[in-house]
Design a protein. Sequence first.
Length: 95
Amino acid sequence: MQEMNKMFKMTKVKTKILSVVQKGNTGTAKTSMYAEMTMPNAKKGAKPHKLTTEAWYTETWVKAGSGWKVKKIVPTKPGKMTMDGKPFDPSQMGG
């Protein structure tokens, strides 16, 4: 995780709750997440890359005392990622 912190600088993170349904002591939420970050450019003197990512989840929460705890989070559709405004697949980076 520390390596990731050195590689990326988060500049914006937003989470939206799209819907919530509660049945007894269990709640289900549909959420979306959007994040922007910068990553150093390997070319000396070049400006950093701008990365964006979007993801969608179904979250299951359970009542715990006077609050709620996350039981599980499941992606509901493939996420999207861009680098410098173009579609980006980090699995194709090699390494």
